[in-house]
Design a protein around this ligand. Structure first.
Ligand code: 6PG
Length: 246
């Protein structure tokens, strides 16, 4: 099936970050409004790249038009930190979007930042299974409508870092990861959980990511992002600086 993995995924290139961000906000709005029955489940990425998107979604016309009461917000990964820590992805989302948009509190699913990392992973998996309504994925029943991912220069995505045991995870939906190259223990969705998405959207910007985008599209095995697949479609949203050379 085309568009199902990082090699066959459609690539959309935008003049700059602002254009890519606005396109993604418009596309997310369209997806959320077009889903007329059932919850619209979004998994959001951390890091710096998507922050402009989250800020934009909290402004007009988006803040008046998104069907916030039907939308459910999950995290693709987080640093295992208290939510008020400056590097908490949940904390960032709380500041930029969740504290501003009229989202029912029950529709926001933070990853725990206290206790043990294993406990946090297990409780998040239990929340995902309760939301999904089953303990196993059904072939054509995605958990997420849209799964927004970023890309690290080393080829990591979510907190699926090179050489880490989590890359071998075939059954768990959520797992801890202690990346040797990045700060903080992480809690991350696994490949099977990310696969359970109608759309996986990579939002990648800047010349520093150009070579990595090319590697992941060529499914270079040294890049964990190369193994990302979706039940539906994988898509690349790139600014011109990160895009493949013509
Ligand atoms: C995180 C992210 C991570 C991020 C990449 C890219 O928690 O940091 O989920 O996977 O998307 O590291 O980060 P930048 O957007 O900051 O380059």
């Amino acid at each position: 099936m085309t568009g199902h993995d990082t090699r066959t995924a459609a690539v959309e290139v935008f003049a700059d970050r602002t254009a890519a961000t606005r396109h993604l906000a418009d596309w997310l709005l369209e997806q959320a409004l077009n889903k007329t029955s059932g919850p619209f489940a979004l998994a959001l990425s951390g890091g710096s790249t998507p922050q402009a998107l989250y800020s934009l979604m909290a402004t007009e016309p988006y803040i008046s038009r998104f069907p916030w009461t039907r939308m459910h917000f999950f995290l693709g990964d987080d640093r295992f930190l208290p939510h008020d820590h400056k590097d908490s992805n949940f904390g960032m989302l709380q500041r930029l979007l969740f504290s501003k948009a009229p989202i029912p509190a029950a529709n926001i699913y933070p990853i725990a930042g206290t206790g043990t990392a294993e406990e946090a992973a297990h409780s998040y998996e239990a929340q995902l299974k309760q939301f999904y309504g089953a303990d196993r994925f059904e072939a054509d029943k995605p958990l997420f409508d849209v799964n927004l991912l970023g890309l690290g220069a080393d080829g990591h995505t979510a907190s699926l870092f090179p050489g880490q045991p989590v890359l071998q995870e075939k059954t768990a939906w959520v797992a801890p990861c202690i990346p040797p190259v990045a700060p903080y223990t992480r809690i991350t969705l696994t490949y099977p959980a990310i696969h359970a998405s109608k759309y996986v959207v990579f939002l990648v910007e800047g010349s520093g990511k150009k070579e990595t985008v090319a590697k992941v599209r060529a499914q270079d095995p040294s890049c964990p992002a190369s193994q990302i697949t979706a039940m539906g479609e994988v898509r690349w949203l790139l600014d011109a600086a990160a895009a493949p050379s013509a």
